[in-house]
Design a protein around this ligand. Structure first.
Ligand SMILES: [Zn+2]
Length: 462
């Protein structure tokens, strides 16, 4: 992305030239900081396409610097959009991560910290708010924990759950777009599960990424002993992971092509995000391969985030943002663009100012993790500027500190080298976890035997 601009380069004149103040539909107005001045913006009511690709590490997309061509369609999207290099999930587990995006709350506050927890009807989610404000809402889901059973799809008028590869829910999403004739704007959630284990890429992508037919014992609940996964086998599985990313990318290309064909593209705001990353072999020293949920290292929480504004609001070209942001910032961003007041329970902060050319205020980014053999989160993390501190609950709490700019693989623990920074981050992290405890309320765990078995077979519960 050599032609990419830094986020602060857009001037107010650029934004005016893009027609933001002059050409948009009028209505209620919202306010946003542009170059230090608080400005009123006309309210927009664009369609919103919210794409989530499960288990997608940012650093395995070509537009994030990966050397293999895993993501031609996502790269094309990014070439006219805002790309956040340092976007982080609140938790590396599917259901709580997605729910966090749609409530702008942390998993502990939601009492949904693992797959299989139930999303209470007392929770108010983004699709519910959008529906109240006149949006049609539709979810096309590729994994059962995000289906109706666990309450995640509350607020959606249409819900289609099809497991397997992206090619299962995709035709339903394409048909829904093709047949969309309503005057109402829409909010579409499209979820693709391909990069999650087990890997069995679609034939076309197998060939492209030289994936062998041999299946390796990777993933939850499978053998993970040192020595069983040879370097050759590990590389073959990484090839398969990349092929699965390409398969999800192919689906993204189809969705955007259908928007264009249906004449909806210019009026649609597009989000592309993931719920968490994947360890691959980055934690081989811990005998931990091709997995997520238990740790808070960069490879599990640094997810891609690409946002393309509707044509009337968007500057052309790519904009790259370096500031750390969280997936809890997405809901406030959408609400501010629509001129809808942010609910008091939202913990995140709108990125809209940054999308329109202003600075994004740097704030601490928090994360938490819960392993299947724990009954509450056992790891917490804080990211401030270049620093990433992780606290693991053990007999005595263990802390690690990394400089993620110099050491993105987080191999050099600097906790003892920078005691003052470590102490400051410990204090901030402790203050945040105390707040979480105060707001915590236990959700009802509602699931049946068959679902429990399925969750157990995937390793999410013991
Ligand atoms: Zn997931």
């Amino acid at each position: 992305m050599s032609e990419a601009k830094k986020s602060t380069k857009l001037s107010r004149r650029d934004i005016l030239k893009a027609g933001l103040y002059g050409t948009l539909a009028t209505g209620l107005s919202s306010a946003v900081w542009i170059n230090g001045c608080r400005k009123k913006l006309p309210t927009m009511r664009p369609n919103i396409l919210f794409i989530s690709i499960d288990t997608l590490r940012a650093d395995h997309l070509s537009c994030y610097g990966y050397t293999k061509p895993t993501s031609p369609h996502i790269d094309l999207l990014a070439s006219g959009a805002h790309l956040f290099k340092r976007a982080y999930t609140t938790i590396p587990t599917t259901l709580p991560s997605h729910l966090s995006m749609f409530t702008s709350m942390y998993p502990t506050q939601l009492a949904v910290t693992r797959n299989g927890h139930y999303v209470g009807h007392d929770r108010t989610t983004l699709p519910e708010i959008l529906k109240e404000h006149g949006y049609s809402t539709a979810a096309f889901v590729n994994y059962f924990v995000l289906g109706r059973r666990y309450g995640f799809t509350q607020g959606f008028d249409t819900v289609v759950t099809r497991e397997g590869h992206a090619d299962q829910p995709l035709p339903f999403a394409l048909r829904w777009l093709r047949e969309y004739k309503s005057e109402k704007p829409f909010f579409m959630f499209a979820h693709f599960f391909d990069p999650h284990t087990m890997y069995d890429p679609i034939a076309h992508f197998k060939k492209k990424f030289a994936v062998t037919d041999r299946r390796h014992p990777v993933g939850r609940g499978f053998v993970k002993k040192k020595g069983i996964l040879t370097p050759k086998a590990i590389q073959e599985d990484i090839n398969a992971y990349d092929a699965e990313i390409a398969s999800a990318d192919w689906a993204v290309g189809h969705l955007i092509a259908e928007l264009k064909r249906s004449g909806l593209e210019d009026d649609t705001m597009i989000f592309l995000v993931s719920d968490h990353g994947e360890s691959l072999d980055d934690l081989a020293e811990l005998d931990y391969f091709f997995d997520h949920s238990e740790f808070l290292y960069n490879h599990q929480i640094n997810i891609p985030l690409i946002i393309r504004l509707p044509k009337a609001a968007g500057a052309e070209g790519a904009t790259v943002h370096d500031v750390p942001v969280s997936t809890i910032d997405l809901m406030p961003t959408i609400l501010e663009l629509l001129g809808i007041e942010k609910p008091s329970f939202n913990e995140g902060h709108s990125l809209l100012g940054g999308l329109l050319g202003s600075h994004i205020t740097q704030r601490p980014v928090f994360g938490q993790a819960e392993a299947p053999n724990y009954d509450s989160p056992h790891r917490f993390s804080i990211i401030v500027d270049k620093w990433h501190m992780i606290m693991s609950k053990e007999k005595v709490a263990k802390y690690e500190l990394f400089d993620v700019i110099k050491d993105p693989a987080e191999k050099n623990d600097l906790y003892k080298i920078y005691p003052e920074i470590a102490q400051k981050l410990r204090n901030d992290l402790s203050e945040w976890t105390d707040q979480l405890k105060r707001k915590f309320s236990r959700s009802t765990f509602e699931t049946d035997q068959k679902q429990l078995e399925k969750l157990r077979s995937l390793g999410y519960i013991k």
